[in-house]
Design a protein. Structure first.
Length: 440
């Protein structure tokens, strides 16, 4: 619970009994005495008042009037993709070889005086795995390494950032790190640094955990999405999911399916491709995560200016059987959730060598589609082509997500206009502050 936010909302609404209400809320969450709870409430109100009215570019926040939940940010659908496009606009043009405008899994820069690329990425833990720190650590570490591998690079190091709320058990940190370093020991890629903090310091009570894992790699050839070309074939490896599938299994009481996600097959497949030298012939690689294959197809199409056409009958057999059975029993679209499979786009003449190399490390793979002229994506089902556009949110995979739904809100275009204005305001603020500092 964010007691600072609670205090500010009460003050803005001019609630006369805000101190009493906040004291009661603290006692609901925190194991403490009534007097300590009241003292904490009083202090929170004092601090909230001090920061309620501020002025100046550095202190005044840019406001859109649209919340993260309303716009679906983090829900791996249309609103989330749109926000990431705006993030790239706020960052602006950079000197990077691959930056956020490419919508790739990682960014890439060239080292000074060398033709080698340095690859950097970061992934946040799945928000619903807060109560399962080991699982959260395992999957976020694996995800971060996947993003580096997907650029055709070999990871060389991991770093972590973990935040636990004030009442969380300290052992959550150790359990989480154990999950991360399980992946480290299996891959030989060390966890070398990190940060450990409380969420919001004294102002957030409860046991919630959040954080992320970053990875750094190096490569001489890149496999970024923008290189996808008309005539290429699309291949996909088997996938059993990660944090998303684990969350589905946990919150639908199908806990045995979690074990299906505990593997490093994606990483082993990428290692084999790099060792074989085939990555120099591969145009693009990505992991099937953001909104499932639907989301990846949209991002690749937009970045490379091509159309992607998929064959559903070839994708289905590559989904782990217990995972697919769970998803279908829950009426969850398997094409719209993270499967953690490896998607490869390459010239057709290299397809057989790629498949032989991946199968040699006991990972299944097949050709699932092709790249054509045009835009967007289509999927062939029973011989007929269908639109393959991602929904407003990724496939609803928990009871709460099903309640919220996947449909685009009626005022989506109005919200986009507000987001546009906020992004432009942020760019303008950056310009003013940069100018101010340069003129000091």
């Amino acid at each position: 619970m964010d007691i600072e936010g609670y205090a500010k909302r009460g003050l803005l609404a001019s609630e006369p009994d805000i101190e009493d209400k906040l004291t009661a809320r603290i006692l609901e969450v925190k194991k403490t005495t009534p007097q300590h709870a009241r003292n904490l409430a009083k202090a929170a109100i004092v601090e909230a008042k001090a920061t309620l009215n501020v002025s100046g570019d550095v202190l005044e926040s840019t406001i859109s009037g649209v919340t993260m939940g309303q716009f679906g940010v983090g829900s791996r659908g249309m609103g989330d993709f749109y926000t990431h496009e705006k993030i790239a606009e706020v960052i602006g043009k950079t000197s990077a070889v691959v930056d956020t405008s490419h919508l790739d899994d990682s960014g890439a820069v060239k080292t000074n005086g060398s033709e080698e690329y340095i690859i950097v990425t970061v992934d946040g833990i799945h928000s619903r795995l807060s109560d399962f720190p080991f699982l959260a650590g395992f999957h976020v570490a694996r995800a971060s390494l996947r993003d580096v591998y997907a650029m055709g690079a070999r990871p060389v190091a991991l770093l972590s950032d973990i935040h636990v709320a004030d009442d969380g058990d300290v052992a959550k940190i150790f359990d989480h790190i154990a999950g991360i370093t399980t992946v480290s020991e299996l891959t030989g890629i060390p966890l070398i640094t990190g940060s450990t903090l409380r969420i919001g310091g004294d102002m957030v009570i409860g046991e919630r955990m959040t954080g992320g894992v970053g990875a750094v790699g190096a490569a001489s050839d890149l496999t970024s999405r923008i290189q996808s070309k008309v005539g290429d074939v699309i291949l996909m490896t088997e996938g059993a999911g990660g944090g998303t599938i684990s969350t589905t299994a946990l919150y639908y009481n199908m806990h045995e399916v979690v074990d299906e996600t505990i593997n490093i097959k994606f990483l082993e497949a990428c290692d084999a491709l790099i060792d074989s030298g085939l990555t120099k012939h591969i145009h693009a690689m990505t992991d099937v995560t953001n909104g499932g294959i639907r989301g990846d197809a949209k991002e690749i199409s937009r970045t490379a200016g091509v159309k992607l056409v998929f064959e559903e009958s070839r994708m289905r057999p590559l989904v782990n059987k217990p995972v697919l059975e769970m998803l279908e029993s829950l009426e969850i679209d398997y094409l719209g959730v993270s499967l953690d499979a490896l998607l490869i786009i390459a010239p057709s003449e290299f397809a057989d060598n790629i498949m032989q190399t991946v199968r040699a490390v006991d990972v299944e793979i097949d050709i699932i589609g092709r790249v054509e002229e045009g835009t967007g994506a289509e999927v062939i089902i029973d011989g007929e082509r269908h639109d393959f556009t991602p929904r407003f949110r990724e496939s609803a995979y928990t009871p709460i997500k099903k309640m919220i739904g996947e449909e685009e809100p009626r005022d989506f275009n109005e919200m986009k206009s507000a987001i546009d204005r906020a992004a432009n305001d942020a760019v303008e603020k950056k310009r003013r502050v940069v100018e101010m500092i340069r003129n000091i």
